[in-house]
Design a protein around this ligand. Structure first.
Ligand SMILES: [Mg+2]
Length: 189
């Protein structure tokens, strides 16, 4: 099965790790749960430019980015089981070195990486995809049989279309659900 996985806030726990320094840097007291929209700068109360500068500094090494709990283990397991796992990120190629080093450090150096992918639907043909961006998931949903929306405060929605499932972690059940996605798809369609 071809599994596409977004990197930031699905595998790399970027905002949980970046927020404390962000608060310090901008003199704010924002909690992760306060970031309720994709346009995070609006929740933090800074301009988009200030936010992007900070964001890029984080990707460039200003903060230690921890992996999302059990994400590396889950991706390695899926890959060892023969699934074609690809990390598909909008991160700019300028951060290629840092990104590859981070993946290596977390035992993900053998997983395929696609960077600079603003349009994830155009990036490839997927049987399943995991992303925390609701708009990306909605965009993928008509063509990807099973889309997992990785739960974050900024992607809450009242309802999700058929074929989209919200997951909150990579622990056991999610990994099993991703692994079994092919069977589910056959059941459902
Ligand atoms: Mg993301």
């Amino acid at each position: 099965m071809r599994i596409g996985v977004d990197l930031d806030n699905c595998v790399a726990d970027l905002w949980r790790c970046a927020l404390p320094l962000c608060n310090q840097f901008f003199g704010k007291e924002v909690r992760l749960s306060d970031i309720t929209q994709w346009e995070m700068w609006e929740c933090i109360g800074v301009s988009k430019e200030e936010f992007m500068d900070y964001h890029d500094a984080c990707l460039g090494g200003a903060v230690v980015i921890e992996p999302v709990t059990e994400a590396p283990e889950a991706l390695r397991r899926l890959s060892q089981e023969g699934h074609e796992v690809t990390i598909v990120t909008a991160r700019d190629q300028n951060f290629g070195e840092e990104t590859e080093r981070w993946l290596d450090e977390h035992g993900l150096g053998d997983i395929q990486l696609m960077m600079g992918q603003q349009d994830k639907r155009a990036a490839g043909s997927w049987d399943t995809f995991v992303d925390d961006n609701l708009d990306v998931c909605l965009d993928l949903s008509p063509s990807v049989p099973l889309v997992f929306l990785f739960n974050q405060p900024w992607n809450q929605a009242r309802s999700l279309p058929r074929g989209m499932v919200r997951v909150s972690s990579w622990r056991g059940s999610t990994t099993i659900r991703v692994r079994q996605a092919g069977d589910w798809v056959e059941d459902q369609y």
